[in-house]
Design a protein around this ligand. Sequence first.
Ligand code: GBH
Length: 488
Amino acid sequence: MKKKISRRTFAKIAGAATLASTTELPSIGPTASAQSTTPAEREFPRGFIWGTATASYQVEGAVKEDGRGPSIWDTFSHTPGNVVNNANGDIANDHYRLYKGDVQLMKAFGAKAYRFSIAWPRVFPNGDGPPNPKGLDFYNRLVDELLANGIQPYATLYHWDLPQSLQDRFGGWEGRDTSKAFGDYAGYVAARLSDRVKHIFTINEFGAFIEVGYRWGAHAPGLKLEGLRLNQTRHHAVLGHGLAVQAIRASAKSGTKIGLAENITIPVPVVETPQNVAAAERAMREMNAQYLTVIMEGKYTDWYLKSNGANAPKFTPEDLKIISSPLDFVGVNIYTNEFVKADETSPAGFAHVPRPKSFPHAPSFWLYISPDALYWGPRHVAKVWGVKEIYVTENGCSAADEPAADGKVYDTDRVTYLRSYLAQLRRATLDSVPVKGYFLWSLMDNFEWADGYTNRFGIHYVDYATQKRTPKLSADFYREVIARNAIV
Ligand code: GBH
């Protein structure tokens, strides 16, 4: 699939580097967008979708408004000791009331698309049972506002705010009934929004809400499951996804595209030898076996089943068919990587390369700086499973943002991060990896789960006392990227 750069293009790149010091540089600055001085190698494919993302519980607030039922995140964050400073999402960014202004923020930097999530307990306060039309109305208003401003809505159905009632009655995703309820909810929403929402994501990050919420206990519902119970919970999550895909297909307007947004583990060949690249491709399947692999292949890998022995999940062939219902696109949330190398002695054919203590990371301890993940993530998805439409549904970083004397946040660390990651994404599109769009996480600082409000990911600074949003330097950077459809 690798496309060679033509001699001419190569000469242009090489030439540009040597000429740069002696001849005029392409002009940059506020007028640059009007000019076509960007070298082709830095440009993204025509029609590339530049967007931004948030999630319901992280920004909406208004947790008791218009009949919303409680979610597991309300319960979890209100239990002392779970979230830094015992913060919660009761108010968050008050986006439920301030959404019109937030749409204007997006418009100001030229966003073509907005990825938001729908709070299941607004639509079904108990998870199943009678719907609450007033809850869905918020999303109707949001979608209309986006479209009126030329921004395409991309909706996620589950970004972790599970109705508390499902946790109480079925053990949340431990229970198969939750998967069924999710399918019903998905069909209900799709029937009502798909006249305007053309891209629907079922679930955001199996690999986070199950592993962190049901295994490590650091996210809602704060459980520490292991063995068969854990594997069965994982199975119910992918099953819920499959049931949702089928329900959306059955109820949505034709032309609705369905996908998911997974934080795949991304094995990066530590040195790009053919052996290490092949090992990374094997690792891609194994490291994502319980989620994206079973969704794409309709079976768990032999290695996953074997290594779990008697604790392997229980399932029927029908389950696997549902789980692997065909998708229109795959979304990947990309922050960091895992280094691997070939290892013929290991049964899986690859080995981890441990990270040195000095490896740089963002203020979020887990966010190791890994621009190469934005190349290898999409490339593996295209190469290993032949996916034809890929979105980077999240990418961004936390930073210790502080307004300067003039009120501006000069987040040069975030700009450096974005620029280096985007260069790797450009490498992917140059290699014909079919990446159609990129959603920067996040539009604005927001409730960062167990980190509360301490880790800021936004390209707009939020003063939580006043709810004032201020564009950071990174918003100016992103505006220029979008205007030129190129790395700047
Ligand atoms: C995304 O997750 C989320 O989709 C988004 O909501 C979030 O705001 C954003 O990233 C930034 O964090 O508690 O030690 O187990 C990214 C993947 C998976 C990274 C869970 C943090 C928790 C580490 N995340 N992980 S730990």
